[in-house]
Design a protein around this ligand. Structure first.
Ligand code: UD1
Ligand code: UDP
Length: 381
């Protein structure tokens, strides 16, 4: 039987982290001729991940511009991927998650008559505006998808409620746990030297990230003011914030949090550094999606700086709490975990509702099954 031509398409840091283990898995299997097309919706932050996982894209659209709008990203990605698909003629296009590259990749594949496989399918808040524009990117991509690789049973149920055929859905676990299993090490030497000097026993390291579009402006300023209060009122806290490169994030964060010796504002960290820092920190405060999956598996409590989450599994398990963006709440919720050992221990449990490290293998076997190379439907996560 002929090889199946797969085009793995992605463009931002989180997509790259979560697609890397799958690309490696597909390239190791004889049925697949797997090529990689990056839109480079992110540039430096994407290249950091490509380097770490040793992925050399076959196509690179290099679309990123400073302060780009959703219109810029959508139109450039769509037109660029049209050309890539005309050249490479893939049978299946794989897209990941909920970015604008994801939706553009699925739409381009549909226009070119290729089948769409959606990795990390089925996550929903059921609120069109939160997260923005990711909830709609995910829903629209779902409508264009032929093979849904849902990370959890709950994500599968969301797809079934929307009318997807259960035969086309496979519950796989999330590939982020596959990636995490390769990066976290004890001992680990940080290439960001300052991180090697931290005594994680003596200082409570609060690891922070925030970048969501709906938090830009006033909510991000409120978050930063709450974070500053945490540091000012707790002499044992060291706050570490690797700051996203978006100028609309960098500027207010440096303005409000810069100049305090117990606040480390760092450029984006390499992913192996980020994962190892997370594995050693006291707690995580974030509006990121990926960190909500990684930190629970490392036994770290997570306070989510958002009003809704499409990842409710760890909230139900008690390791993640959604706290919003108000300055007072940010301070008070962190204070509970810093001062009350009982509250901390209740949340600091290692749980793995999102994966077991075998997601890429299941997705590859799922593709073999869906495409007729195997009669065995893989066991689900
Ligand atoms: C994008 C995704 C979001 C995802 C996030 C992960 C969309 C609409 N948003 O949001 O779902 O959670 O990535 O981080 O798809 N920049 C750089 N260098 C980089 C990356 C970004 O300078 O390597 C700056 C540029 O000025 C760019 C800006 O950040 O214009 C925003 O990037 P963009 O991809 O549009 O939005 P994100 O907020 O990163
Ligand atoms: N991450 C990283 N370096 C950093 C910050 C985050 O490698 O400085 C990793 C993080 O561990 C997770 C992913 O990037 O795997 C999350 O990406 P991001 O927060 O950009 O996007 P989101 O998860 O919100 O879509």
């Amino acid at each position: 039987m002929k090889n199946i031509k797969i085009l793995a398409t992605f463009g931002t840091r989180p997509e790259a982290i979560k697609m890397a283990p799958l690309v490696q898995e597909l390239k190791s299997r004889p049925h697949f001729d797997c090529k990689v097309a990056v839109t480079a919706q992110h540039r430096q932050m994407l290249d950091q991940v490509l380097g770490l996982f040793d992925i050399n894209p076959d196509y690179d659209l290099d679309i990123m511009t400073k302060g780009q709008s959703l219109f810029d990203v959508t139109s450039k990605a769509l037109l660029g991927l049209k050309e890539v698909m005309e050249k490479s003629r893939p049978d299946v296009v794989l897209v990941h998650g909920d970015t604008t590259t994801t939706f553009s990749g699925a739409l381009a594949a549909f226009y070119e008559g290729a089948k769409v496989g959606h990795i990390e399918a089925g996550l929903r808040t059921f609120n069109k505006w939160l997260p923005y524009p990711e909830e709609m990117n995910r829903r629209l991509t779902g409508q264009l998808t032929d093979f849904h690789f849902a990370p959890t049973k709950r994500a599968k149920d969301n797809l079934l409620k929307e009318g997807a055929d259960s035969e086309t859905i496979l519950v796989t676990g999330n590939t982020v746990i596959d990636a995490l299993n390769t990066t976290v090490k004890f001992p680990f030497h940080f290439s960001t030297e300052i991180l090697n000097d931290i005594n994680f026993e003596e200082q409570k390291v609060v690891l922070v990230t925030a970048h969501r579009r709906e938090n830009l402006g006033e909510p991000l300023c409120e978050i930063c003011k709450g974070l500053l209060e945490i540091v000012l009122k707790n002499p044992d806290v060291l706050l570490i914030y690797p700051v996203h490169m978006n100028p609309a994030v960098k500027e207010p964060v440096h303005k409000i949090l810069g100049g305090n010796e117990r606040i480390l504002l760092l450029p984006p960290l390499d992913t192996d550094e980020m994962h190892n820092l997370m594995a050693r920190c006291y707690m995580v405060m974030t509006d990121s999606g990926g960190l909500q999956e990684e930190a629970p598996s490392l036994g770290k409590p997570v306070l989510v700086l958002r009003h809704e989450t499409e990842r409710p599994e760890a909230v139900d398990a008690g390791t993640v709490k959604v706290i919003g963006t108000k300055r007072d709440t940010v301070f008070e919720e962190a204070e509970k975990l810093l001062k009350d050992k009982y509250e901390y221990d209740k949340m600091a449990n290692a749980i793995n509702p999102y994966g077991d490290g075998l997601a890429s293998k299941r997705i590859a076997e799922g593709l073999e099954y869906f495409l007729g190379f195997s009669k065995n439907r893989p066991d689900e996560f």
